[in-house]
Design a protein around this ligand. Structure first.
Ligand SMILES: Nc1ncnc2c1ncn2[C@@H]1O[C@H](COP(=O)(O)OP(=O)(O)OP(=O)(O)O)[C@@H](O)[C@H]1O
Length: 467
């Protein structure tokens, strides 16, 4: 497994990427639809998968393929190609374990940077995989912000009861961690915690997986409900449970018993049920996709898990915690965080929440520069500059300056960009930025911005102080 599989329904793009990569010395394979892609992976897992999210004339789209790959070949890194500005796709892809994504249209340099990193991470990952296998999901829940403490308070209240809990919150915010925390602090702590990812189990296999089966050849094969006996069953992404299974689970909750697929006997289990969702279940009910009765049964105690942006204060402690765990489980360097790096992380947008922060720290430690403190240049400060509601995100450099200096630094960069955008034409720049020409000149002078001719074009630059 040393080649790169490129999956795109547009032949030109497939060939372009493949040509670039082959020029760089990589071996590639190509697939134009999901069937070709799955056949190629089943023949031999590639070292890296480059996957277009929209695949015409395919039975599975990119996200479905990603889920399957992450289930069956979790060590294969997947780089997603998405349409321009599609933040939802990025969220879904990160959530499903994609290594990174590139937006169309992309340039060769961007593509190569992402691919080199992914290949390097993949190599280190497989070297570390023996160590990683020993990593157990734990119930350690880190944080100290007010939002976090409020969550912890709510979780504490339900630990000693048997009440069904519904954890809602965005992808990667820590719903499973919260469920494990409840379990670890409850009187079922010694019994199993069984997690069912309702989104990644194929609908046609869901019942067998949950209820088990009985066949003449193989006898009784218990399902996850039986495995969780005495402990907790955690329905992760419960909104993705197929409708047929929803009805059967409802029956189990009402009757407290079920039958294995192909079996005649009734099986009784003692379970606490915790569920999670990142979708609005009431909306799913109104759309006819989720059964109301099941919702009422599962949603006895609703608890909301805040997004990472609602608890930005926790970013430093979480980042430090992930540095520690990466060190302990993978032997990665135990680096400190510079104040500027912390400030930058606190200003970034985190659509993938704590999971995204964890992945970022891991990536920085794998690819990082030496053993000194982590600096802002190692962090993705060019990505995601605006939030969903259109607010502009500050760069770390600005966030660490006093207001006066930050304003000057901003004005200088802003005006430089505008002047160069208008080919050095001050009148057009002035009219765009909404200033008088003479006022703009004065402003530029005070900021030390000068314009000059370079290779026949007018460009703006910051004048070097001459002292
Ligand atoms: N408070 C926390 N302290 C430490 N680690 C955390 C915390 N919250 C989340 N994590 C880590 O972030 C990652 C994502 O968390 P988790 O799987 O619990 O999120 P989730 O909300 O269940 O995500 P999804 O909706 O995608 O299933 C995990 O690796 C988890 O260990």
């Amino acid at each position: 497994m040393s080649d790169i599989l490129i999956v795109d329904d547009e032949r030109d793009i497939r060939e372009l990427i493949s040509d670039i990569l082959e020029d760089e010395g990589f071996v590639t394979r190509r697939a134009g639809n999901s069937d070709e892609c799955m056949a190629a992976i089943n023949a031999e897992a590639p070292a890296l998968l480059i996957l277009d999210i929209w695949l015409k004339d395919s039975r599975m789209d990119g996200i479905d393929i990603l889920k399957t790959v992450k289930r069956d070949n979790p060590d294969v890194p997947v780089v997603i190609i998405s349409g321009h500005g599609n933040i939802e796709i990025a969220v879904a892809a990160i959530k499903q374990g994609a290594y990174d994504f590139i937006e169309k249209p992309f340039n060769i340099d961007q593509l190569m940077v992402v691919i080199r990193r992914a290949m390097e991470a993949s190599r280190l990952r497989s070297e570390n995989s023996t160590l990683k296998r020993r990593e157990v999901s734990n119930a350690e829940m880190i944080g100290q912000s007010a939002a976090f403490r409020a969550l912890q308070g709510q979780l504490e209240k339900v630990t000693k009861s048997n009440g069904r809990v519904m954890l809602s919150g965005p992808a990667g915010s820590g719903k499973e961690v919260a469920a494990r925390y409840i379990h670890a602090n409850s009187n079922r702590a010694g019994a199993p915690f069984v997690s069912v990812n309702c989104a990644s189990i194929a609908p046609e296999r869901m019942e067998e997986v949950l209820f088990g089966r009985e066949t003449a050849e193989r006898g009784v094969e218990p399902g996850l409900l039986e495995e969780a006996h005495g402990g907790v069953i955690f329905f992760d992404e419960v909104a993705d449970m197929p409708q047929g299974t929803q009805s059967k689970i409802l029956r189990v909750l009402v009757d407290q018993q079920f039958q294995r697929v192909g079996g005649a006997d009734k099986v009784r289990v003692d379970l606490r049920v915790i569920s999670s969702t990142n979708r609005n279940l009431e909306h799913e009910i109104n759309e006819g996709r989720f059964r109301q009765e099941l919702y009422h049964r599962l949603n006895v105690v609703p608890i909301e898990v805040p997004s990472l942006e609602e608890r930005r204060e926790d970013i430093p402690v979480l980042a430090e915690y992930f540095i520690e765990t990466c060190h302990a489980t993978q032997g990665l360097p135990r680096r400190e965080l510079s104040d500027e790096a912390v400030a930058l992380m606190q200003t970034l947008v985190w659509p993938g929440n704590v999971r995204q922060l964890k992945n970022l720290i891991e990536r920085v430690l794998i690819l990082g520069e030496g053993t000194g403190p982590i600096e802002p240049r190692e962090l993705p400060n060019d990505e995601e500059k605006t939030t969903d509601d259109g607010r502009v995100v500050l760069s770390g450099a600005l966030a660490t300056l006093p207001l006066r200096e930050a304003r000057e630094a901003f004005e200088r960069e802003y005006l430089l960009t505008q002047i160069n955008r208008f080919g050095g034409n001050i009148s057009r720049t002035a009219s765009f930025v909404g200033m008088e020409r003479s006022a703009l000149h004065r402003k530029l002078k005070s900021l030390g911005v000068v314009t000059s001719s370079k290779a026949g074009a007018r460009v703006a630059r910051v004048d070097e102080p001459t002292d």
